[in-house]
Write a protein that binds this ligand. Structure first.
Ligand SMILES: [Zn+2]
Ligand SMILES: [Zn+2]
Length: 392
């Protein structure tokens, strides 16, 4: 079979079959199309203003490394006029974060961006290794999620930056939409689809420029751009429910490649139908697993590892070897509008425990919070009660 030509330039050999629409593209066209799509997301959502200082939440993983690379490329190509900085959180996980931070340090040199690292040990007096030693692996992601969110905010504050971009991709958003759908939590579902979050629960704005980018394409982009990233998953087990949602989405994607974007768009449509716009409610959960890279179940971790292994064996001359096989058909059946289920009071209370909040300051750490004691300080207090008597 003769090698397929790129559908875009009709000149070069296609080396990528796009997971979301099966378009066969050469390396240059794939990189260009990927970058153009992120540019379109940025422009259509008016994410930045000229001269804005923006911190890129950088974990060393594929998502944030691709984000940093694309942000640098687009900032130069389209004259966004942004002042870009890498901001990393050191959770204190030996054999995982210490290694991935080395990657971020190299990225800082490669992309000529300043790097700021904020550590859980300095901020909270606890590393995640110590947290897990104390409470066990179960539920550790809750601690990590709350700590990370505040750590990124505090890091941004130290840099006097008011906008943090994170590497959340379409798969992450689809997972969160599905999780909230399964929980029956439409208000949180609607918040999770926003490209910009955190505006009212914090004075640091958060946004997700890779919101519409497929995880598989991010892996392909990193490979074809030869980016330096760290591909080991967090050694502590991810939130079980998210793992389940993730597996479900990966299975859906096998029979319907557009499923991921369909779920994201359905989430956006549902957000428009949801009257409850409790913007002040905690958005921590909406942020997903954040810097865990992608919290994955074993099954899906293997899938991405296989893709990465396959890519590393591939050479650029082999046509379509990076093709991702899916056996489904993409059909365009009309979107079905879901009725909004009236909530029972009890459910409402469970889903949005703090409906009417006014933003004040945590009496412990002075950080912005809608409660007297912020979530991070509450967790630290719980940990301190359990701190082993004998300390090294
Ligand atoms: Zn081409
Ligand atoms: Zn606090």
């Amino acid at each position: 079979m003769p090698p397929a030509l790129c559908m875009r330039c009709n000149a070069q050999r296609a080396v990528v079959k796009r997971p979301k629409n099966y378009h066969k593209l050469c390396r240059e066209c794939f990189l260009a199309v990927f970058e153009d799509e992120v540019h379109h997301t940025i422009i259509s959502s008016k994410l930045f203003f000229p001269g804005e200082r923006v911190a890129i939440g950088a974990s060393g993983g594929k998502d944030s490394t691709v984000l940093a690379s694309v942000m640098k490329t687009l900032n130069e190509r389209h004259n966004y006029g942004l002042d870009l900085v890498l901001l990393s959180v050191d959770e204190g996980i030996k054999g995982y974060r210490d290694d991935s931070l080395e990657t971020v340090k190299r990225n800082a040199v490669q992309y000529e961006m300043p790097l700021k690292i904020v550590g859980y040990d300095t901020l909270y007096g606890w590393t995640m290794d110590q947290v897990v030693e104390t409470i066990g692996k179960k539920g550790n992601c809750t601690y990590c999620g709350v700590f990370r969110r505040q750590a990124l905010d505090r890091g941004a504050k130290m840099l006097e930056i008011k906008h943090v971009v994170t590497g959340h991709n379409a798969d992450d958003i689809a997972e969160t939409v599905l999780m909230n759908l399964l929980r029956g939590d439409l208000p949180r579902l609607s918040r999770s689809t926003n490209i910009v979050t955190g505006g009212s629960s914090s004075d640091v704005k958060r946004s997700k420029p890779l919101k519409y980018a497929y995880e598989k394409e991010i892996v392909l982009y990193a490979y074809h751009k030869k980016l330096d990233y760290f591909s080991t998953e967090c050694i502590y087990s991810p939130e079980a429910f998210r793992g389940t949602a993730r597996t479900l989405i990966k299975n859906l994607e096998k029979v319907r490649p557009s499923a991921i974007l369909d779920i994201v768009r359905s989430g956006e449509d549902m957000a428009r139908l949801t009257p409850d716009k409790n913007e002040n409610a905690c958005a921590c959960d909406d942020e997903g697993s954040g810097g865990c890279g992608s919290a994955t179940t074993n099954g899906t971790a293997n899938e991405m590892e296989q893709l990465e292994a396959k890519l590393s064996k591939t050479n650029d001359h082999a046509a379509l070897e990076t093709e991702i096989k899916t056996n489904g058909q993409s059909s365009s059946d009309g979107a079905v509008k879901l009725p909004v289920r009236p909530r029972r009071q009890k459910e409402q209370a469970a889903a949005a425990p703090t409906p009417l909040q006014k933003l004040g300051k945590c009496i412990r750490c002075g950080y912005m919070s809608s409660q007297d004691i912020c979530q991070a300080c509450t967790l630290v207090e719980r940990l301190n009660k359990n701190r082993p008597e004998i300390e090294i």
